[in-house]
Design a protein around this ligand. Structure first.
Ligand SMILES: Nc1nc2c(ncn2[C@@H]2O[C@H](COP(=O)(O)OP(=O)(O)OP(=O)(O)O)[C@@H](O)[C@H]2O)c(=O)[nH]1
Ligand SMILES: [Mg+2]
Length: 297
């Protein structure tokens, strides 16, 4: 049988669990996932090779039509533009919740003409499992999608049926990535995501959105990998929040990240973090671009 290979975008509202699904299917952490909405800022590709077939998943920023912020609008555009370049789409919703972002996406998807697999995530949170079947019927009606897969990305529940459904939608063709590759993103990018995830999980509501992380030094001395990274903030006041009283916050972020990085890199890691100010970087397109975030025309 000829091999199949193609791109499938994962789209959905912020926080529904798209990056968690990407990481789960690939089997490693590629994208930061956190309980804060709008965690993902980039299109991140993850590769799943199974026998003759290769599926390239594209994680996207969560779509929020209500966002007043420029960065939010830029991220919405990234998600939308991704739909043009893929063979099929996973539209992820959260079991029992349907909001403005879902409605917006349903419209985009209908217009895109791409095959859609509706994924109902977080079914582990449903207290009453009996509502699942009526829910599936109701969503199927809204979307005109035949393929509906309820699952739990966090627990890794129902991954096989999803993979089978997605593989069947791929066109015939040669593999686009080497079979042992899991992402198009560099190790530096993945390290920055691990640090950003720590910031998102540990800081309060406002500050994490103002931060961005750059890995700028990397040296393998044999005994350890020495990594230096800058955490950019938008305002001076945020600097002291990220550093914390007596340096406690930055220390906790560094320790948390280092443990994960040692797991990821299978090596001892020495991590140095700096907090620097780049005033109002989210305020204009150039500032956003300078932080390494793609801006669609
Ligand atoms: N209970 C439960 N929680 C989940 C599940 N999948 C994801 N989560 C949690 O939901 C939160 C958001 O997950 P993400 O993967 O960052 O969501 P996202 O859709 O990528 O969010 P954005 O990048 O902001 O658009 C995290 O706290 C996850 O641990 C699930 O199946 N069950
Ligand atoms: Mg995400």
């Amino acid at each position: 049988m000829p091999s199949r290979c193609g791109y499938v975008a994962i789209v959905g509202r912020p926080n529904v669990g798209k990056s968690t699904l990407l990481n789960q299917l690939v089997g490693e952490k590629i994208a930061a996932a956190s309980r804060k909405p709008q965690t993902t800022r980039h299109r991140i590709r993850g590769v799943v090779t199974q026998g003759a077939d290769q599926l390239v998943l594209v994680d996207t920023p969560g779509v929020d039509p209500t966002t007043p912020k420029l960065l939010g609008k830029v991220l919405n555009r990234t998600a939308r533009a991704t739909l043009d370049d893929v063979d099929a789409v996973v539209f992820m919703v959260e079991a029992g919740r349907w909001e403005a972002g879902d409605e917006q996406l349903a419209g985009w998807l209908a217009a895109s003409g791409r095959p859609v697999v509706l994924v109902i995530n977080k079914v582990d949170k449903l207290k009453d499992k009996d509502i699942l079947l009526p829910l599936i019927d109701q969503l199927r009606g809204k979307l005109n999608s035949h393929d509906v897969v309820p699952l739990s990305a966090l627990r890794g529940m129902n991954m096989e049926p999803l993979l089978t459904t997605l593989m069947a939608l791929l066109p015939a063709g040669p593999h686009l990535f080497p079979d042992d590759e899991i992402t198009d993103r560099s190790q530096r990018f993945r390290v920055a995501e691990v640090i950003r995830e720590q910031l998102l999980e540990r800081l309060g509501q406002e500050v994490p959105y103002a931060t961005s992380v750059d890995v700028d030094t990397w040296e393998d001395t044999g005994a350890a990998i020495h990594i230096g990274a800058v955490i950019w903030v938008e305002r001076d006041s945020q600097k002291s929040i990220v550093i914390g009283k007596g340096g406690r916050m930055i220390k906790a972020v560094g320790t948390g990240a280092r443990h994960e990085l040692e797991d990821m890199l299978q090596h001892k890691v020495m991590l140095k973090l700096w907090v620097k100010l780049r005033e109002g970087w989210q305020g204009d397109i150039d500032g956003i671009r300078r932080m390494g975030i793609d801006v669609e025309p």
